[in-house]
Design a protein. Structure first.
Length: 289
């Protein structure tokens, strides 16, 4: 048995002996905690905020009341300035939010008095309201233009489940063609048709009866894919072909893609008897630089 008194060690029998290295390992003094470890061990005290809060939002300076930031308790701003979270400050002591502050003034104006931004800033402010999780502001913005109109437009586009996939296909085809040709622009053919059944103007009476009373074999006779790059349709809604064309151009432009289009004719594929396809075909020209 080993008896330790002070710093001296008295060894007993050889069987019970312990090497000096083993003894040193067993009797090492605990290391002194580092400053980082000590800081982790101690809980942080709640942060205290003044009644008038100076803010630095991405380099833009604002000043507002603490109660304004806490107006709606379920928002990110209310949580940030609740005292439960640490908010860093800049060199002048302003509380720093690492976010573009361009539209933060519109956020504050709503929190102060319920003011809404002008129409040209609605979309941008809506994105900021999403970031800060300000539900009441989101609800108000969704009820005015252009967001209210966008909800109607999306309801129409919901009739075409592959709409976004077709947009991606347009972009990909145009990119590959421009790169292959080392060209500034690329052209592709797009078919946009509303009616499921092919029709020509003088065949309307026959078309209506055949549409609802056709056999399975007749249906297969009308199955047809136009010789185009991308095809949109059919759909059932008041919105027509020109409305869908507007949606396509709008969504491509929103992604920074310059696009022009024009109708170059119709598909003249003969299907059965006096029926021809007659779906309109548009040429899309996408300019890359």
């Amino acid at each position: 048995m080993v008896v330790v008194t002070g710093q001296s060690k008295v060894s007993a029998t050889p069987d019970d002996a312990m090497s000096s290295s083993d003894a040193e390992d067993d009797f090492q003094e605990p290391a002194t905690p580092t400053a980082t470890q000590a800081g982790q061990a101690l809980p942080l005290l709640p942060q205290q905020f003044p009644e008038v809060v100076p803010l630095n939002v991405g380099g833009m300076l604002f000043t507002t009341r603490l109660s304004t930031l806490r107006r709606y308790e379920d928002t990110m701003l209310a949580a940030m300035f609740s005292g439960r979270h640490y908010i860093p400050t800049d060199a002048e002591g302003r509380y720093f939010i690492d976010r573009d502050g361009t539209y933060f003034g519109d956020i504050l104006n709503f929190l102060r008095s319920g003011d809404l931004p002008p129409r040209e800033r609605v979309r941008s402010v809506y994105k900021e309201a999403q970031y800060y999780s300000i539900g009441p502001l989101l609800d108000n913005l969704e009820d005015i233009q252009p967001l209210k109109g966008e909800k109607v437009r999306q309801a129409f586009l919901g009739l075409m489940p592959y709409y976004k996939d077709h947009l991606e296909r347009i972009i990909e085809i145009a990119k590959l063609r421009a790169m292959q040709r080392k060209a500034r622009f690329a052209k592709l053919k797009v078919c946009v048709f509303k009616e499921e059944m092919p029709i020509t103007p003088y065949e309307c009476p026959h078309f209506n009866s055949l549409r609802f009373e056709r056999s399975e074999s007749e249906t297969k006779l009308f199955e047809h894919h136009c010789e185009v790059d991308v095809s949109f349709g059919p759909w059932e809604a008041v919105a027509d072909v020109y409305d869908l064309l507007h949606c396509i151009v709008t969504d491509l432009s929103a992604r920074g893609i310059a696009v022009d289009h024009q109708c170059i004719g119709v598909c003249d594929k003969h299907l059965i008897n006096h029926y021809y396809c007659k779906r309109p075909i548009y040429e899309f020209k996408i300019t890359w630089w």
